[in-house]
Design a protein around this ligand. Structure first.
Ligand SMILES: [Zn+2]
Length: 246
């Protein structure tokens, strides 16, 4: 009751609506938040980029989850950081549990934003939710930190509209892990395992390139974790499916 009143007040003041169902009130209503409470799972893209570590995700990139990502990334709705960070944290936790690595230090490495897009949007959405996820994981007793370790080498063409092969070619060798990042990691978390983090997994090409750039410096990447993943159709006529591991 009080909460409904509070939501109505918020709506009066800010005119906000739930990004999931468009009901007036908070930016993410309880019902839509509950709809995102499924356990994290393995979400192999199709085709799988060769050598990709196991990719984990907490939601299908559709409906409410998609609305969260788009609102946060494209419309700079900063209040959506919390729900997205929760999804990402769940994904990372599942990856670590699956690998039996819950005790040791882990560093969450965000896929970097392209230089041109960060100033335009005024924020770096992937870094923001990665930092939020590390914070949540520390509260859940994980030894987790977030570090920006990767940079784009040069201008890379916009990925949207490219198929998997074109994306892979566009991205090959596009990321690097500078010595300054390695020094920072060595200072703060010399023994840490790394998890590559992103908001959405689509073809896995960007995540694979991030993994390559980190592994090229001798670091160990144990998983990819994302808040959401696109659902891929496997084969012709087959139903949509997340490919399970094994
Ligand atoms: Zn809703």
């Amino acid at each position: 009751m009080l909460e409904a009143l509070a939501d109505a007040t918020v709506d009066l003041l800010l005119g906000s609506r739930c990004v999931g169902c468009d009901r007036p009130g908070r930016l993410l209503c309880h019902r839509c938040a509950d709809g995102l409470a499924e356990p994290a799972r393995v979400a192999w893209p199709t085709p799988v980029p060769p050598g990709l570590v196991t990719p984990w995700t907490a939601a299908e990139y559709a409906g409410t989850a998609r609305a969260l990502v788009v609102g946060h990334k494209e419309r700079a709705m900063h209040a959506l950081r919390g729900p997205l960070a929760r999804l990402l944290a769940r994904s990372v936790a599942a990856a670590l549990e699956d690998a039996g690595l819950t005790a040791g230090p882990v560093v969450l490495v965000p896929v970097p934003s392209r230089r041109a897009t960060v100033p335009a949007r005024g924020h770096d959405p992937t870094w923001t939710i990665t930092r939020g996820a590390a914070h949540l994981l520390r509260h859940a007793a994980y030894d987790a930190n977030a570090l920006r370790m990767l940079h784009f080498r040069a201008r890379v063409a916009d990925q949207s509209g490219l198929d998997a092969a074109a994306r892979a070619a566009n991205l090959a060798d596009s990321l690097c892990c500078p010595a300054s990042s390695l020094r920072r990691l060595a200072r703060r978390r010399p023994e840490a395992l790394l998890v590559v983090c992103d908001d959405v997994l689509t073809t896995g090409a960007t995540a694979r390139e991030a993994q390559r750039a980190l592994e090229a410096t001798g670091l160990r990447v144990v998983a990819v974790a994302t808040a959401a993943a696109t659902r891929k159709r496997v084969g012709s006529g087959a139903g949509p499916a997340f490919r399970g591991e094994g």
